[in-house]
Design a protein. Structure first.
Length: 124
């Protein structure tokens, strides 16, 4: 299946970022990955991203800070949050701001791709 739209991954853990990128490329998605929210925001990928997958806890800008910044700048990019530290308060904040989902690491590949397809089905 041919997928439309860039999937951007933001995670400061090299191994998670690499594994997630590889998984999605093998599934046929165009992927770009970034080690920080700041790197992502400074890239041209922001304008092309149809789905953003972001870690919640990162050095520097957190995933929730990245979400808030994108919203403030007028971007309505569907965001899938992933975290090794699932907290109800953080989940509630992310979802209230429009996140597609909030999944715990490690996650099942089929669960992730299901949420990506849901995000891509959302009109830009």
């Amino acid at each position: 299946m041919l997928h439309q739209g860039l999937i951007s991954i933001v995670d400061d853990d090299d191994s998670v970022r690499s594994a997630t990128s590889k998984l999605l490329r093998q599934a046929g998605y165009p992927v770009e990955s970034f080690a920080s929210g700041e790197d992502y925001l400074c890239s041209a990928a922001v304008d092309d991203t149809r789905c953003l997958i972001s870690d919640v806890r990162m050095a520097g800008m957190s995933g929730l800070d990245l979400q808030a910044h994108l919203i403030e700048k007028g971007y309505r990019i569907p965001i899938i949050f992933m975290t090794a530290y699932p907290e109800d308060k953080v989940r509630a904040r992310a979802m209230a701001a429009g996140a597609v989902c909030f999944i715990s690491k490690p996650f099942d590949a089929e669960v992730l791709t299901g949420f990506i397809e849901q995000a891509l089905a959302t009109p830009p």
